[in-house]
Design a protein around this ligand. Structure first.
Ligand SMILES: CC(C)=CCC/C(C)=C/CC/C(C)=C/COP(=O)(O)OP(=O)(O)O
Ligand SMILES: [Zn+2]
Length: 443
């Protein structure tokens, strides 16, 4: 028999139930929109307009952010290379260009952040740090052109990276700083893209990342911590860049990752936490990396894939001594071979649902946010747009081919530029930098 309290709570639940028309299908997508409509008091039948990427208002917000830094980027903030990266990368994803003066001001500012002994600080005269070094290098590559790329002192950057190398095999974020998976990723990403990656930098990194893969399958920031999307992206991308990805338990990593997408369509960073727009890239980008691991070894867009090879590529191989460790790392072809692979595999996540979460729940009038109720910021704008690009191209067989019909949610004007997910740099700018640095003189 039903108690009176349970019947009244059943009635309350009945009251709360969203009213959906008969014709409306109770799909994952309509659930997301319905929740959002309830939260934001949006009148019914306005979904189509809300699925549009508000390009103009995003550009306005991004340019306002640059103006706020001042002509010589002199605003007091210890994070200025990051602000530059978040804004310039967002503009590049939107396929927009910027005023030449602004571009030169940004390059000049980042040159002043470069330490005399290598690496970039959060502002001129500040201590060099791996996170701001990654942000500065990615920004300069995004700006592109000779002045920007040639402003990076590769020799000194290499010495800085060597100085950050830690006895554990990982890297410290700065002199005397914390050692974690973020540090490994930022160091290896910078070294790879600048074509200065060598055995000394790579030695021990794979063992360090392996020690951070948890019982859940995802990767934690440090040994013994909780698996998290941010660190899982960093650890996985690092392992690919050093050619040791098969040492990870990829089956359990994939399993953990695919369960991080919530019914809202967005991703959560870790088990039992709320979804957040920024994980659209950290988790979505990691899913894209795994999807590309399923491609046939060495195949390119013009070659066919081979299923057996592709499975061998991702099968876990955790036994010591069996991996082809550092000897192959001086081959700078690893990242480009990886990106140029032709994949026949479907995305590992619900791509339409992710696009819907980003456009309906994270997008605001100018910028993006974590979730409804939170404010916009440049970090979330950058990573929501990066995640949107990943989702839009998730059905594409080649990294740079146009999305298949139906895989793009909303109007065609929503389409962003494709990214290289290993570094989160727009593909065209990455290719320019790769060519520039492969022709650069040896250190
Ligand atoms: C390249 C680079 C520097 C990468 C950084 C990667 C990254 C985003 C790491 C996440 C850090 C972290 C533990 C956040 C948890 O915050 P929280 O507890 O507020 O959020 P949560 O509830 O969503 O876990
Ligand atoms: Zn976030």
């Amino acid at each position: 028999m039903e108690s009176s309290s349970s019947s009244s709570s059943a009635a309350a639940a009945e009251d709360w139930k969203p009213t959906i028309s008969q014709e409306e299908q109770w799909t994952l997508e309509s659930q997301v929109f319905h929740i959002y409509r309830l939260l934001c008091n949006i009148p019914p039948n306005s979904q189509a307009a809300m699925l549009e990427l508000q390009r103009d208002s995003h550009m306005e917000y991004l340019l306002k952010g640059l103006r706020h830094l001042g002509p010589s980027f002199s605003v007091l903030d210890a994070n200025r290379p990051w602000i530059c990266y978040w804004i310039f990368h967002s503009i590049a994803l939107l396929g927009e260009s910027i005023d030449v003066t602004l571009e030169h001001n940004a390059i000049d500012f980042l040159m002043r952040c470069q330490d005399q002994h290598g690496g970039y600080g959060g502002g001129p005269g500040q201590m060099p740090h791996l996170a701001t070094t990654y942000a500065a290098v990615n920004t300069l590559i995004t700006l592109g052109g000779h002045k920007s790329l040639a402003s990076i002192n590769r020799g000194k950057t290499y010495l800085f990276l060597r100085r950050m190398k830690h006895t554990s095999g990982g890297f410290s974020m700065h002199d005397g700083g914390e050692v974690d998976v973020r540090a490994c990723y930022t160091a290896i990403s910078v070294a790879s893209v600048l074509n200065i990656l060598d055995e000394e930098l790579v030695q021990g990194v794979g063992n360090y990342i392996l020690s951070c893969q948890t019982y859940e399958g995802g990767i934690a920031g440090e040994p013994g911590s909780e698996a998290h999307g941010g660190y899982t992206f960093c650890g996985l991308a690092t392992m690919i860049l050093i050619n040791e990805v098969n040492r990870l338990n990829l089956a359990s990593l994939t399993d953990w990752l695919v369960f991080r997408q919530g019914v809202e369509g967005g991703f959560q960073g870790r088990t039992n936490k709320l979804v957040d727009g920024c994980y659209s890239f950290w988790q979505g980008g990691a899913a894209m990396l795994i999807q590309r691991l399923h491609a046939a070894t060495g195949s390119t867009s013009s070659e066919s894939s081979d299923d057996e090879d592709s499975m061998a590529e991702i099968s876990p191989d955790r036994e010591e001594g069996q991996h082809s460790d550092v000897d192959e790392v001086n081959s700078s072809s690893i990242p480009i071979n990886f990106i140029n692979r032709h994949t026949e595999t479907e995305p590992l996540f619900q791509s339409q649902a992710l696009q819907q979460y980003i456009l309906l729940c994270s997008q605001v009038e100018g910028g993006f946010r974590d979730k409804p109720g939170k404010g916009r910021d440049h970090y979330h704008t950058c990573y929501c747009l990066s995640g949107l690009a990943v989702a839009q191209y998730s059905w594409s067989k080649d990294a740079d081919s146009a999305p298949l019909p139906g895989s793009l949610l909303g109007p065609y004007s929503n389409l962003l530029e494709p990214v290289n997910p290993l570094h989160n740099i727009v593909l065209e700018q990455y290719n320019e930098a790769r060519e520039f640095f492969s022709n650069a003189s040896a250190l």
